[in-house]
Design a protein around this ligand. Structure first.
Ligand SMILES: Nc1ncnc2c1ncn2[C@@H]1O[C@H](COP(=O)(O)OP(=O)(O)O)[C@@H](O)[C@H]1O
Ligand SMILES: Nc1ccn([C@@H]2O[C@H](COP(=O)(O)O)[C@@H](O)[C@H]2O)c(=O)n1
Length: 206
């Protein structure tokens, strides 16, 4: 199978997940598979919740990127993989896994995927979702309080101590590696349609 890997990067709250979900919703499971770098956050079973909540989750070392690369190579070779599942409410991987089948198009999304040369080398198309920092933090506050079991204070403290400095050190400079920069992400219908057309073209010629 001729498989292409489309990377969708961007800062927290930029709209990567929304864009990736809208893209895969336009195709069948046998046409497009999705991987999320967040699911590859390292396990920390040796620490208690309090200790885990203080870790820096915005540095490249927080992820098991070697395992993700191995999974991408297996999918490209036509093998299925079991993607780990991350549970933000406990700051750890859950016991679940998700079966991901090989497909002609694999979408990979995550804040730091362009900051990892080993991952960049595996990508055929690199898309960066670019959204202003004030919009991103407002979205993140709402999402983390509603969906990730966080308090307002914890979101603000984490943003100022790790999320913002790591964004400036790693995420923003990684934008230079992108082939396409999309303002605002999932609600950018023009950009979404262009991506859908690109995937259709690949599926027709695969
Ligand atoms: N263009 C947009 N306008 C308004 N809200 C948006 C937009 N894109 C995403 N959101 C919302 O912002 C939050 C973060 O978006 P998400 O796609 O999860 O971002 P990311 O994966 O980059 O962190 C979600 O609650 C989502 O519904
Ligand atoms: N235990 C964790 C693990 C990660 N995060 C934050 O998630 C952000 C990445 O996810 P997005 O959907 O926002 O791209 C990242 O900025 C980490 O700070 C967390 O809060 N807790």
């Amino acid at each position: 199978m001729n498989t292409i890997l489309i990377g969708i990067a961007g800062g927290t709250g930029s709209g990567k997940t929304t864009l990736a979900d809208k893209l895969i919703d336009s195709f069948g499971d046998d046409e497009v598979s999705i991987l999320r770098h967040d699911n590859y956050y390292k396990r920390h079973d040796d620490m208690c919740y309090e200790e885990r909540s203080k870790l820096n989750y915005d540095h490249p070392d927080a992820f098991d990127t070697a395992l993700l690369c191995e999974h991408i190579c297996k999918l490209k070779a036509g093998e299925q993989i079991y993607m780990p599942v991350y549970d933000y409410s406990i700051h750890n991987r859950s016991e679940e896994t998700i079966l991901v089948k090989p497909a002609p198009v694999i979408v990979l999304e995550g804040i730091l995927i362009f900051a990892e040369p080993s991952l960049c080398d595996l990508m055929d198309i690199k898309v960066f979702v670019d959204t202003d920092a004030d919009v991103r933090i407002l979205r993140r506050i709402i999402r983390d309080v509603k969906e990730r079991g966080r308090s307002l204070d914890s979101v603000i403290t984490q943003y100022l101590t790790t999320v913002k400095p790591m964004h400036e050190q790693f995420v923003e400079p990684s934008k230079r590696r992108a082939d396409i920069i999309i303002p605002e992400g999932g609600e950018n219908i023009v950009a979404l349609d262009m991506l859908i057309e690109r995937v259709r073209k690949h599926l027709k010629n695969k």
